[in-house]
Design a protein around this ligand. Sequence first.
Ligand code: ZN
Length: 78
Amino acid sequence: MFFIFGLGPKTKVIETNQFVCPVCRTRSSYELKQQRNYFSLFFIPLIPLSKPKNSFVQCLNCRTQMPSTVLDHAQPNV
Ligand SMILES: [Zn+2]
């Protein structure tokens, strides 16, 4: 009997929406993602080791990743 275990970050999409990207200046879709470190056993993430942090936004048009705070300023209907 042996165990395969490891530690690693796992990225999860928590929201998909539209915004005006400050980089490509186009109204496009974004994905709000969150990274968390997991203890995994047999490649299955089991135990989150840290509080969710490092949330970031990726513009699906230009693929730029930016801090989630850009959403405070980049809503399309302002
Ligand atoms: Zn963009």
